[in-house]
Design a protein around this ligand. Structure first.
Ligand SMILES: NC(=O)c1ccc[n+]([C@@H]2O[C@H](COP(=O)([O-])OP(=O)(O)OC[C@H]3O[C@@H](n4cnc5c(N)ncnc54)[C@H](O)[C@@H]3O)[C@@H](O)[C@H]2O)c1
Length: 442
């Protein structure tokens, strides 16, 4: 099939590459000229493991090209599918800014022919029906098909998704989508467009709630007899619960979970439907940076003024450079507000990006120089360089009280046992000798 993928952000570019890999002829449409130039030069503007290699491979086959406007995608041949992957960011009043979606659907409606229009962007329930009321000519050939990808394994998510959700008013439109995804085998959920939109919001709200639940469990694990690692392991092994995202840490992470959870809460409030659980999840996420800062403050004796703090990682995860709502941003701001002298290290970001995020911090390209002379290190990202570092060497470079706050519970407690640092993980996680770790796991 010949498909145009409108919007070459993270979702669009991974989708365009994956569809081309599945044998379709794909035109990626991107209105941002800088981004378009990168794409045409074969450089994905977003980081995702394996993306550059797979993009290079499909570009060589000639099945993937990039254009600036949707009508340009029709020049060579007609289109079978227009897949809309544009942004739907939060507006200042808590609603969802649908201007990119509206513009893209309008462009799709104006095309000659009858391509299937697939809405991949995350939008509030009722959006597709609002669009179809505006463009009734699309009703027979429109599917709301939300994207559920997970950063770090997005390309696998395209080849082997857990499910495909297709919301349409006209079953033949779903049949056309099945044709597009014919090489993918997974369960399908077919429904109305509004239900499809709700499934996406509900999934992200549930995942966000799981993270906040793990953070709350960690807060309860205060005594030496309570081990948060084993609590989440023991809970997550129940197949009714599952281990994914049941981990304490910095919070909901990249843009999707916090934005979609807040948007769902806002959408329900507009309907007059109380959502105490979802609201609590939103509040719990907003409180997590302050809770982590408290952990640091308590570890250093009560105040941060004049303290040298090395922030190790700003990205939410090593494979996730979406900084739009990364909790590291809030933590950097709080640390500086409270008078700490901040140095920052993140091997996934350029010095310019780091300076932009924390203008008054000093930036470091190497981990040893970031911690040298610091009173405390705050680990926010599970970078292998930090997890596998020689912490005895790093500790020797630090200054008393040599506190290490592990906001991701990612440093190995056994390795830290012999190291002269005051290590604090979330949920009272402490260094432990190897035999104790082995005993407790057994
Ligand atoms: N990022 C994720 O991990 C993720 C996961 C699942 C779902 N989603 C949803 O998918 C959608 C896209 O997410 P994203 O992170 O890729 O968005 P993004 O905002 O990073 O990228 C959107 C891109 O679309 C381009 N664009 C906008 N209108 C255009 C038009 N008319 N023609 C051509 N290009 C246009 C923009 O220039 C931008 O590059 C959002 O609704 C998001 O909520 C995102």
């Amino acid at each position: 099939m010949r498909a145009a993928v409108v919007g070459q952000g993270y979702v669009g570019v991974t989708g365009a590459v994956a569809l081309a890999q599945q044998g379709h002829r794909v035109v990626g449409v991107e209105q941002d000229r800088e981004r378009l130039a990168c794409l045409r030069a074969g450089e994905p503007p977003e980081f995702e493991p394996g993306l550059i290699q797979q993009m290079t491979a499909v570009l060589r086959t000639g099945r993937l090209e990039f254009v600036e406007d949707l009508p340009d995608a029709m020049v060579a041949d007609p289109l079978d599918v227009v897949m809309i992957c544009v942004g739907a960011p939060p507006a200042a009043d808590g609603t969802t800014n649908l201007s990119e979606v509206l513009a893209a659907v309008e462009e799709a409606a104006e095309l000659v022919g009858d391509p299937l229009v697939v809405l991949r962007s995350t939008v509030p329930p009722g959006t597709s029906d609002m669009l179809l009321a505006e463009y009734p000519e699309l009703r027979q050939r429109f599917v709301c098909n939300p994207e559920f990808l997970n950063r770090g394994d997005a390309l696998d998510g395209w080849q082997a998704p857990a499910r495909i959700v297709a919301g349409a008013h006209h079953p033949p439109a779903v049949d056309r989508l099945r044709d597009l995804y014919r090489s993918v085998s997974c369960p399908w959920v077919t429904s109305t467009p509004s239900t499809a939109e709700m499934i996406k919001y509900a999934s992200n709200a549930f995942l966000a709630t799981k993270i906040s639940f793990a953070n709350e469990l960690a807060r309860m694990c205060t005594g030496p007899e309570l081990n948060i690692d084993h609590v989440v392991q023991g809970v997550g092994l129940d197949p009714r619960i599952g281990p994914a995202l049941l981990q304490p840490g910095t919070g909901h992470g990249d843009s999707c979970l916090p934005v979609d959870t807040a948007a769902l809460s806002h959408w329900a409030a507009d309907l007059g439907v109380p959502t105490p659980l979802i609201d609590a999840t939103v509040r719990a996420h907003a409180q997590q940076p302050a809770a982590l800062l408290n952990l640091l403050r308590e570890s250093v004796g009560g105040h941060l003024l004049g303290l040298d703090v090395a922030v190790l990682g700003v990205c939410h995860e090593p494979w996730n450079d979406d900084l739009r709502f990364a909790p590291g941003r809030a933590l950097l701001a709080l640390l500086q507000e409270q008078g700490a002298a901040v140095r920052v290290w993140d091997p996934g970001l350029t010095p310019d990006e780091l300076r932009h995020l924390a203008p008054s911090a000093t930036t470091h390209a190497a981990l040893p120089s970031a911690v040298a002379g610091a009173h405390a290190a705050l680990v926010l990202t599970e970078w292998p360089q930090a997890v596998e570092a020689d912490w005895a060497d790093l500790a020797a470079r630090m200054r008393e009280p040599r506190v290490v706050v592990d906001a991701k519970n990612c440093l190995p407690p056994v390795l830290l046992h012999q190291v002269p640092v005051d290590y604090r993980g979330i949920g009272n996680r402490r260094p432990m000798p190897e035999h104790a770790a082995t005993d407790s796991v057994a």
